[in-house]
Design a protein around this ligand. Structure first.
Ligand code: FE2
Length: 323
């Protein structure tokens, strides 16, 4: 299976081999558009993806040591994501599938984030906590479909931390800069804490922090924001774990690489006697291996959708849950 990931600033190509129940990642290549202080222009991201496609494909094939003619199917991110970027990935995937006369497998990006961790952590039917730039969701399988139990009511936790990085003029000006600074922070500054049932909200916290710039040290603000934002997510996740009755807590998405968040979620799982499921960092951020691995699972379950066109507001509830 060849997987293509292009929902936002990264363009990735991966090759995975499946034999029996074993899935092996042969290569997982990515080209990443550099982060900037002013954010991203979707059109420029799509130009970047189109330009990088042949290069990333070439290096994925070389690393995997296979010929393009060994590919049996092509999986791609159908959504959710930035429309321009999804279109670039879809065009690349469709061209390859037509050229090779192999099936095209559309993959829900949110499902792929969870599926790659589920496969490699050998989870069966987990409660998923999905934390990335544009998405912060708590979902699980219910009555054959995915059901979102809780989510952010405004901004995704990753975009929230990216905005904080820009507001504080950190280096890099994003969630990574926040994480680096948070490790130096010592003082816990009081901040707004919003949990509504199993939903969270972060935009008010950003407005509040804006007023504290210059009055509190940047590292203390980063430290406090992480503690408050992650605690809110942990509270919502613990409630969802109890409500759903699931016995596995799976953390996925780009911001799942944050070790403090992992530590807090591990405690939540332990307190509810659930198994904590996580993968190595390389499968947590946007990567093409997760699309290829999810593509393999979808094919094995005979669940390949006929809906191919990219859809930027695609929801995980629209997917049949075959776990
Ligand atoms: Fe993502």
């Amino acid at each position: 299976m060849l997987g293509i990931e292009s929902t936002a600033h990264s363009f990735g190509v991966s090759l995975v081999r499946s034999s029996g129940r074993a899935v092996t990642v042969l290569s997982n290549e990515v080209a990443k558009y550099p982060s900037s202080k002013s954010g991203y222009l979707p059109r420029k991201l799509a130009d970047f993806h189109a330009e990088k496609f042949p290069l990333v494909l070439g290096s994925a094939l070389v690393k995997a040591d296979v010929s393009v003619f060994d590919v049996d199917a092509v999986a791609f991110s159908r959504g959710p994501g930035i429309g321009h970027c999804l279109q670039a990935g879809f065009t690349a995937a469709k061209a390859l599938s037509l050229f090779l006369s192999v099936p095209l497998v559309p993959v829900n990006h949110a499902f792929a984030h969870a599926e790659v961790v589920r496969v490699f952590s050998k989870a069966k039917d987990p409660l998923v906590v999905y934390v990335s730039g544009g998405n912060t969701q708590i979902f699980c399988k219910q009555n054959g479909f995915f059901h979102v139990l809780g989510e952010t009511l405004d901004v995704g936790i990753g975009n929230f931390l990216d905005n904080l990085g820009r507001l504080l003029n950190l280096n890099p000006p994003d969630a990574v800069g926040v994480l680096k600074n948070a490790q130096k922070g010592r003082k816990l500054v009081s901040l707004p804490y919003v949990v509504k049932g199993m939903n969270t909200s972060y935009s008010g916290m950003l407005t509040y922090v804006e007023k504290l710039v210059g009055k509190e040290k940047a590292e203390d603000l980063c430290f406090s924001v992480q503690e408050y934002a992650f605690a809110a997510l942990c509270e919502a996740s613990e409630r969802a774990l109890l409500h759903s009755g699931k016995t596995e807590l799976l953390l996925c998405g780009g911001n799942a690489r944050n070790k403090r968040l992992q530590e807090m979620m591990r405690k939540v799982a332990k307190s509810q006697k659930a198994r904590f499921c996580i993968s190595s960092d390389k499968f947590l951020g946007d990567n093409a291996a997760m699309i290829a691995v999810a593509g393999v699972s979808i094919q094995k379950a005979n669940a390949v959708s006929k809906e191919l066109l990219p859809f930027q507001n695609l929801r995980v509830e629209s997917e049949k849950a075959f776990w």
